[in-house]
Design a protein around this ligand. Structure first.
Ligand SMILES: Cc1cc2nc3c(=O)[nH]c(=O)nc-3n(C[C@H](O)[C@H](O)[C@H](O)COP(=O)(O)O)c2cc1C
Length: 275
């Protein structure tokens, strides 16, 4: 079969999950093409990707959870799929990397959207991964084994679709607390996005951040400058700038994560297959 894995991964953990999936699927004798929504032309032009997925038997969509939802470029791609008004012939699965707090309504919102486009869902998984300033430890052997287990679970069911009337219950947030406080935490989280600044005295105009910002929000005006209207606060620029010119208040971010852990708690189990 022909698989396409479409993903976005500002800080690299979803990309690693994607690579593991690719290896496992290829080992099983299928072909896999990877499409990074945050790279090059894909950042602005989804037209060609819509053509490519037409050839697929199965498409996997991978994104990190940000503010209890899928990261924005993936949501924008779903909107493009919807607006294109095509008839999609493939089966789809979803995978989310998240910090272990909650994937919120990312799965349920997407499942409903796919149902409205008549795209059959064959499964989903969430994988716990570290935040961008603690990336070294990912993936553990347990995580790799879990990702393989996810593929095997889909394959064992012959990639059969999940019936629409099961979607709501299957993908509803695991913790009641998420359902209760979702709108509040979602809004506060968005409001408390921490500012990213580029230090003009350190920036050497190398252009790496300009080329790699997943939403093309950085341009060079004497030095690299961020368009805060476009910025999605994914912190990719701070991870890739080896000069340390991109400043992020990591301590404040850590405090916010700790607060979220207190309010919402951590998911148990941290990795989960939805089938
Ligand atoms: C601004 C921001 C919002 C986040 N929101 C959530 C969230 O709602 N739930 C959660 O469990 N993790 C959350 N995370 C953690 C990321 O989902 C996690 O670090 C993920 O591994 C990032 O994927 P990537 O490495 O592919 O970019 C958030 C991280 C950031 C920076």
């Amino acid at each position: 079969m022909n698989f396409k894995l479409i993903y976005i991964s500002p800080n690299g953990t979803t990309e690693k999950t994607t690579q593991i999936l690719k290896n496992v699927i290829e080992k099983d004798g299928h072909t896999v093409e990877l499409i990074n929504l945050g790279a090059g032309k894909n950042r602005e032009d989804f037209g060609q990707i819509l053509e490519i997925i037409d050839e697929a038997d199965i498409v996997g969509f991978g994104a990190p959870a940000y503010h209890m939802d899928m990261l924005e470029p993936m949501k924008r791609f779903f909107q493009a799929m919807q607006t294109a008004g095509r008839v999609y012939q493939f089966g789809a699965f979803l995978y989310l990397n998240y910090g272990g707090i909650t994937s919120g309504k990312a799965f349920s919102n997407t499942a409903l959207l796919f149902a409205s486009m008549d795209i059959p869902l064959i499964g989903a998984m969430k994988v716990m991964a570290p935040h961008f300033h603690h990336l070294d430890s990912f993936p553990t052997q347990t995580t790799e084994a879990f990702i393989q287990e996810f593929y095997e679970a889909l394959q064992a069911k012959d990639f059969a679709l999940i019936l629409n009337d099961r979607l709501k219950a299957l993908f509803s947030p695991r913790k009641k607390r998420v359902n209760l406080i979702y709108p509040l935490v979602h809004i506060i989280g968005k409001k408390r996005e921490l500012p990213i600044t580029i230090k003009p005295d350190i920036c050497k105009n190398c252009g790496k951040c300009v080329k790699e910002c997943p939403v093309a929000a950085i341009s060079i005006k004497c030095v690299a400058t961020i368009d805060l209207e476009k910025c999605i606060h994914c912190y990719h620029c701070s991870v890739i700038c080896k000069l340390g010119a991109v400043e992020v208040p990591v301590e404040k971010l850590d405090k916010m994560i700790q607060l979220n852990k207190c309010i919402i708690g951590m998911e148990n189990p941290p990795n989960e297959i939805y089938r």
